[in-house]
Design a protein around this ligand. Structure first.
Ligand SMILES: Nc1nc2c(ncn2[C@@H]2O[C@H](COP(=O)(O)OP(=O)(O)OP(=O)(O)O)[C@@H](O)[C@H]2O)c(=O)[nH]1
Ligand SMILES: [Mg+2]
Ligand SMILES: [Zn+2]
Length: 300
């Protein structure tokens, strides 16, 4: 961070709404606007950002500096995550594994430790889902947020630090957060019977203190994820974003193997042997095809 001005305070952005940022500082929460370069589009301030604030009158201020970011996501827009908790319902809405796998890949690419929570275990069996992701090495929980079953295990996923809950609209993110922290009283929404999906009840990202020095973020749900929009990586790097491929990398017959159709591919053999789950490999192939359409100059 640049040198501080007089009276400057350090803070954490808890919420961003309508051009204002709610910032937690040693002098309480301040309602802030961005100043200078932070007002322009090119430096988007995110929930989770550590910032420098110049307080003005009672309860207000300007954001004048941005601290270094450990990592960040554009969707949901949040920075400095220690954990990304992917919330996936066993039913209503039905799990969309291609979307889940895009999110685990994005988290891996951005060095954010991911975990999975399968909700609505009262509506459908979650054992097969849990097994797929446990085998990939992710911490996995299965919950019924209505009865509290499995909730204590979810707590273990985020001791301290910043954790964000993300997933489809209607997956039960806000319900789960209410079960974890009954004081939160977050709004939750019914599932649309006609469309079989959530109603986008949560509208913005917000950090809540967990009481253990950490924060959790509720985020708005989405219906689909455009991978390329967020992650313009070379297709050849995608293999690193599927942890369960790890033991087989470097063991294929051809160097530069894309693990899709090649003869002597160790990854494909592991899929055939049932070691790597089929759905994960299908997602890998689909994302690979998407990444292949990126022009070289667009790559990050
Ligand atoms: N049967 C059952 N229903 C659940 C469970 N968890 C959540 N629900 C219901 O699912 C619906 C959607 O829950 P929300 O918590 O609003 O979902 P959300 O992920 O926050 O949705 P958005 O804010 O739109 O992204 C509500 O009617 C909840 O009561 C569960 O474990 N079992
Ligand atoms: Mg919600
Ligand atoms: Zn291969």
């Amino acid at each position: 961070m640049e040198q501080k001005g007089t009276n400057a305070l350090e803070g954490l952005i808890l919420r961003s709404q309508g051009g204002f940022y709610q910032v937690r500082t040693a002098a309480g929460e301040l309602r802030c606007r961005g100043r200078g370069r932070f007002r322009k589009e090119d430096t988007q301030l995110l929930v989770g950002d550590r910032v420098e604030v110049q307080p003005t009158e009672e309860g207000a201020g300007f954001i004048t500096g941005l601290g270094p970011r450990k990592n960040f996501l554009i969707r949901p827009p949040v920075a400095n995550l220690d954990r990304l908790v992917l919330v996936v319902s066993a039913a209503d809405p039905a799990p969309n594994l291609p979307v889940v796998d895009k999110l685990t890949a994005i988290a891996a690419r951005r060095d954010i430790p991911a975990a999975l929570v399968f909700t609505k275990s009262d509506l459908a069996d979650t054992a097969v889902l849990a097994d797929i992701y446990r085998r990939a090495g992710y911490p996995v929980c299965r919950v019924n947020s209505l009865t509290g079953e499995g909730i204590p295990q979810v707590r273990e996923l985020f001791r301290g630090g910043i954790a964000a809950f993300c997933g489809n609209s209607g997956a039960g993110k806000s319900t789960l957060l209410n079960a974890l922290f009954p004081g939160l009283d977050l709004a939750t929404g019914e599932i649309s019977r006609k469309l079989g999906r959530g109603r986008h009840t949560t509208r913005h990202v917000e950090l809540f203190p967990t009481g253990e020095g950490g924060y959790i973020a509720d985020t708005p749900g989405f219906s689909a994820v455009e991978f390329l929009q967020f992650e313009k990586m070379p297709a050849a790097r995608l293999e690193e974003c599927f942890p369960e491929f790890g033991p087989f990398l470097g063991k294929c017959r051809f160097t530069g193997c894309s693990h899709r159709v090649e003869k002597g591919c160790a990854v494909l053999e592991a899929v055939e042997a049932g070691i790597i789950p089929e759905s994960r490999h299908q997602s890998y192939r689909a994302i690979y095809e998407e990444l292949r359409t990126i022009k070289e100059w667009e790559l990050k």
